[in-house]
Design a binder for this molecule. Structure first.
Ligand SMILES: [Zn+2]
Ligand SMILES: [Zn+2]
Length: 365
């Protein structure tokens, strides 16, 4: 095999460097992926600044967990186990369970030896190439790989990962035909929640944002959302009342980092039986002034939302194959390995005069 590959390494202090690594041979029972593109995500920014939020997070690390690539080298036993051959394009589920611990054997719960691409295996661990910001990636046995369509570009396909989260979350609050859904926060994860709610047949989808979110609210409409609301320009509760004929929302999904949005979420719900999905992390800031009586009196369900499941991963890749317009609308912009800094600036919304609904890192051929 031989040769070298480049990868961005986050040093955990708000800096990174591009390093060269040896292109690995497939680990026993595994494979090597040639990474085509990786989605850049808000949690990459936390990682960049050394804010650890995943159990067992390593540093320094090659980050990147929204990975699309082609099988570069594979052992015969893995080719048979995965049903894959060299050259096949796959989306990689970042969650690798050990398959041996108590919870794995019980088939439910969180694996106690959980490994996550882009997080838990550092740049000094066995060759270092364990994240999508590298041109090549080692694939461990037990990795859940999904064959990816050729009809989309790799950069477009990287939305499979946030879409898998969105599909998991809309399922957890049982979005179905007839639902009136409000999504607060039009970041790429919020926009994909709107797309997922529409795919589940929600009758009305309303996305809220601020004056700075012009591009994102436009994208919400392009994805098929029925209405968007700028919460700085309009009274959001009154406007949702108007748009729903007084019924208010049967489902509210809070995707914002703003603590007060949770209070608003409670005000946006219907009189009885609404479901509220909490997915926007508030940086561990408490939410002031919540009237929990509203939750009781309105028979509300509050659902915490994090991550995806193997089946929502499968569903996401299938949905992108069936509805490529979702990926094309969400593709946003991309950067190269020498321009990771700019990608991070876009994610932090400090790139002067420029906004993007999604950013991916595309590796050169
Ligand atoms: Zn992510
Ligand atoms: Zn396990």
């Amino acid at each position: 095999m031989g040769g070298t590959a480049r990868a961005a390494v986050f040093l955990g202090d708000g800096t990174y460097e591009v390093r060269e690594f040896a292109i690995p041979a497939p680990p026993p029972g595994g494979a090597v992926l040639k990474v085509e593109a990786v989605g850049m995500c808000g949690s990459d920014v936390m990682q960049f600044h050394g804010q650890k939020h995943v159990p067992g997070e390593a540093s320094p690390v090659v980050p990147g967990h929204e990975i699309v690539g082609r099988i570069h080298a594979i052992t015969p036993e893995s080719a048979a186990a995965w049903g894959l051959a060299e050259g096949d394009r796959v989306c990689v589920d970042e969650i690798v369970k050990c398959g041996r611990c108590k919870t794995c054997l019980a088939g439910a719960g969180l694996c106690t030896n959980l490994r996550l691409y882009g997080y838990t295996m550092g740049a000094d661990h066995e060759g270092g190439l364990w994240g999508g910001y590298g041109e090549y990636l080692r694939l461990l046995p037990n990795t859940h790989l999904m064959k990816a369509p050729e009809s989309l570009t790799a950069a477009e396909l990287t939305v499979f990962e946030p879409l898998a989260n969105a599909l998991n979350w809309v399922a957890s609050v049982r979005v179905s035909p007839g639902d009136r859904v409000v999504v607060q926060g039009p970041g790429h994860q919020g926009l994909l929640c709107a797309a997922a709610a529409l795919a589940c047949g929600a009758s009305q989808v309303i996305v809220t944002g601020t004056g700075a979110d012009e591009l994102r609210l436009k994208t919400a409409l392009a994805l098929g959302a029925h209405h968007v609301i700028d919460v700085e320009a309009e009274d959001v509760v009154a406007r949702v009342g108007e748009l729903t004929g007084g019924s208010m929302a049967s489902v509210v999904m809070d995707l914002t980092p703003v603590p007060a949005a949770f209070r608003t979420a409670l005000d946006l719900t219907a009189l009885s039986g609404a479901r509220v999905a909490l997915a926007g992390l508030k940086h561990f800031t408490p939410v002031d002034g919540v009237l929990v009586d509203l939750i009781s009196l309105k028979n509300m369900s509050i659902q915490g939302c994090a991550g995806s499941t193997p089946s929502s991963m499968e569903q996401a890749v299938r949905l992108l194959a069936d509805r490529p317009e979702i990926a094309r609308t969400m593709a946003g912009t991309h950067v190269g390995l020498d321009d990771v800094e700019h990608g991070i600036a876009l994610l932090e919304r400090r790139a002067a005069g420029e906004d993007a609904v999604h950013v991916s890192l595309v590796h050169e051929d």
